[in-house]
Write a protein that binds this ligand. Structure first.
Ligand SMILES: Nc1ncnc2c1ncn2[C@@H]1O[C@H](COP(=O)(O)OP(=O)(O)O)[C@@H](O)[C@H]1O
Ligand code: SF4
Ligand SMILES: [Mg+2]
Length: 346
């Protein structure tokens, strides 16, 4: 793996649940993020995948310091940025930028595209002298495949895909080292998704960016990710290289997610096993004991309710090695081929 630029250890974000108007009393907590470990290498893409509500956006906001964690550390180039404030924090934030999920609501409808893309320069005036900003903004529009002549238009005059390009241009304005993209293509038509992913790949090479690329569907991140982390109820349950996760998944949740990915070839589709998950995702205010996936796991046994499985290489694979020997938080991890070979998504 490339030299790490971001190392996350034991990241926790709990939102207090309170009751009462006069005397607010904490009655519980939403355990949105509940002990996440991640490593992001320089210039690499880490995909984070999981169902809606599993804590992906909360992780994203923590990584870009829009929120403070309840516990844990986020090391950027070795320094724990959760302890920084004031000028030191501002300097770090310049290097870790975010692209938001919804290009319809994340752009201010009353601002011109030029003002939106140039907004980061208002917060970090040192990044571009005032007289030079217009030129820089036009350059950025060109870089993301938009017409620089449209700098005075408003967001509603652009299509969804173009709006996400505007969001990406804004994310690039300060020349960050890391971009955290929170479901950047989920709100877009399928036909446009690939264009935006391809653009992000090109920009990654051009600007030497490292991405944390969040999605709710494994097929979206396969194409762009060097490594993938699968998230469930506030934790990473399996993580590895794209080959390890897509071709040799050992966690039942990853296997279920993969079995739900659309397979274009009808013959392959007929031959593959579809894993149906029972029930709903439990509430993050009431997380099951032991393995948090056990209420929906078809393999759950008594041990699963008693012992929290650690995110580590399962014992069964430790001695053998190979692509199945990657981190998986399951007491009974085993390989299962869910997608027919040669018909991988993405
Ligand atoms: N500010 C907040 N206050 C209370 N609960 C929150 C807050 N933000 C998120 N949550 C809860 O945390 C959980 C994870 O949310 P989120 O990170 O948005 O998940 P995802 O992006 O994976 O859909 C959800 O149950 C959500 O309702
Ligand atoms: S630890 Fe048990 S419940 Fe959890 S994923 Fe593994 S088999 Fe399923
Ligand atoms: Mg989200």
């Amino acid at each position: 793996m490339a030299e790490p630029v971001l190392e996350v250890n034991g990241l926790v974000k709990h939102y207090p649940l309170t009751q009462g108007v006069l005397f607010r009393k904490q009655t519980g907590a939403v355990r949105a993020v509940d002990g996440v470990d991640l490593v992001l290498g320089r210039g690499e893409t880490l995909g984070i995948v999981g169902e809606s509500g599993c804590g992906k956006s909360t992780v994203a906001r923590l990584l870009v310091s829009l929120e403070r964690p309840t516990a844990g550390e986020i090391r950027y180039r070795g320094e724990d940025i959760t302890r920084l404030s004031g000028r030191a924090l501002k300097a770090v934030r310049r290097n870790i930028q975010m692209v938001f999920q919804d290009p319809y609501t994340s752009l201010n409808p009353r601002m011109t595209v030029g003002d939106i893309v140039g907004e980061p320069y208002e917060i970090h005036p040192e990044a571009a002298p005032k007289g030079d900003r217009r030129r820089k903004v036009r350059e950025l529009l060109e870089v993301v495949g938009l017409n620089p002549e449209h700098v005075n238009r408003y967001p509603h005059q652009f299509s969804g895909g173009q709006r996400q390009r505007i969001g990406i241009a804004r994310g690039l304005a300060l020349r960050p080292e890391i971009i955290v993209a929170d479901e950047p293509v989920s709100a877009l038509d399928v036909s446009v998704q690939a264009q935006v992913v391809n653009l992000m790949e090109r920009l990654q090479g051009e600007f030497g960016l490292a991405y944390v690329f969040i999605a709710h569907d494994l097929s979206v991140v396969r194409h762009i990710s060097d490594r993938v982390g699968v998230m469930y109820l506030g934790r990473i349950v399996e993580t590895g290289t794209d080959t390890e996760i897509y071709d040799h998944p050992t966690h039942p949740y990853t296997q279920a997610l993969l079995s739900a990915v659309p397979v274009p070839d009808p013959e392959a589709r007929a031959h593959r096993e579809r894993i149906i998950l029972y029930g709903d995702v439990p509430s993050p205010t009431d997380i099951p004991s032991g393995c948090r996936f056990r209420t929906r796991c078809w393999k759950a046994r008594e041990r699963c309710a008693l012992e929290v499985p650690a995110l580590a290489v399962p014992e069964a694979f430790r001695a053998v090695g190979g692509p199945a020997a990657h981190d998986s938080a399951c007491h009974f991890a085993e390989e299962k081929h869910v997608v027919a070979d040669g018909n991988r998504p993405g």
